[in-house]
Write a protein that binds this ligand. Sequence first.
Ligand code: HEC
Length: 157
Amino acid sequence: MAMKLLSLFACLLLMSTVTVQAAGTPPLPKGYLNWQKSVRKVDNDKKSLFYGIHYIYADAKAMKGYRAGNKFPEGSRIVIEHFTIKDTPTGPVEGSKNMVVLMQKNARYKSTGGWLYAGYTAHGKPSGLDPVKNCFECHLKDAAARDYVFSGIADFK
Ligand code: HEC
């Protein structure tokens, strides 16, 4: 009996984890364009995923996390708007928006370091990227010691 209860409990626990992971991509947070905006970031490396121009937007909780040296409180949200790049004689300028990504601190997302990762099209529709393969593996590899967040407070000056 005890064993049965225990396995039922384990099963429920597993199901709730699976449900969280499969719950799908949340809509992009409304009003993120009014959050704290980073400096303009230009990536000229054609081999990079972020080749182009982007801006990082951080909500009030995320700003606390940046100020604390990348220790982010539960609920922190960070969005990147990404644009293509056009080279002009006076330097690179923004082309069209082509990608939006979101990280949201949520302790239930254990397999991705306690962060939800989601990718969107320019129009804010979920783009069906895999949060582990397409996102977390890279953030884990190079930003694990920074709470998985590459950028820092210096990007918001
Ligand atoms: C190949 C590595 C790589 C992959 C894959 C990747 N990222 Fe990132 N991500 C970065 C780097 C590098 C930065 C820092 C950009 C900067 O400083 O302007 C970043 C920044 C971010 C930020 C801003 C917070 C931070 O860490 O600085 C968010 C949000 C983000 N990525 C979400 C995602 C999502 C969602 C995916 C998957 C759809 C993803 N990333 C895939 C490397 C990656």
